[in-house]
Design a binder for this molecule. Sequence first.
Ligand code: LMR
Length: 332
Amino acid sequence: TLLSLALGASACGGARSSSSEASDSYTIKFSHVVTPQTPKGQAAEKFAELIDEGCGDQMKVEVYPNSELYGDEDELQALQSGAVQMLAPSSAKFTTIAPQLQVLDLPFLFDSVDDIPNVVSPDSAVGKAIYENQALADKGIKVLGLWDNGLKQLSSNDEMQKPADLKGLRFRIQPSDVLRSQFDAWGAQTTPMAFAEVYNALQQGVIDGQENPYSNIESQNMHTVQKHITESNHGYIGYVHAINKKFFESLPDDLQTCVTDAADEAAAYNREIASDLNQKAKQTIVDAGTTKITELTPEQRQAFKDEVVPSVWNQYADVIGQDLIDELVSQQ
Ligand code: LMR
């Protein structure tokens, strides 16, 4: 009848209006390559918790650790295509799409973890190169924050007290030209490789060594296949917490604020726990008894530094920006 047709039509209209913006729901898929126990893994879980507790039923976060959804080879593509909405790759992983981010890969940019917050704060020269990065914006990637892992150590089956000890060894690197040049300067060979493959490559002797903070070495069991670690603190692993810009802009204003607030809080949490987690990982390695840790004297560390600063820094002035390099060199 006419009446039932009219009722049907209005019921239909009602269903449509109930799916308007106010009740749309949003899922953030957050993919990463490390274990849940690491500084990045823990901060990702914290971010998910904060969204869960603070942003109502409309939004949820699914965290996929251990390269289980996407790995180094394809995660940035997945972010740009919208297959995932969020990542936190290390700076080196952006070399192809935003080469200026290699500023964070410059060897000896930090003398200790205490220097990190100032050097990378949003209003510092380095911070601006990341937060206001045009190449990232052009690729539809919005930077929410910077997370730390910590400073990198060298591992191999040989004791390494001076650059000459690295000669002839092949190190896995993240795909960053700066990192290749760093090892070149020390006389070592390099192979770029995805993080998920490093343990097997070390075990099978495809590579001799690698560089990472203790938390990454321990959580991947790399120490069980490396007889030596040199505590060189020679470089940094920092993460760019990033969201697909189109997705972010599709969110209602209150949810956008909720995401940026949760991101700020997760970043603060990350910085609180990162050093501790690395210290604990170091202790686990010591307790395992598989690996000798060589702590460098200041003079020994300086010898590694002299081979790369400022020569490697200057080599990348074109990519990173002459002004930025000049400023960093002048602070040395
Ligand atoms: C690596 O590839 O060694 C690291 O960037 C992994 C990570 O995300 O900490």
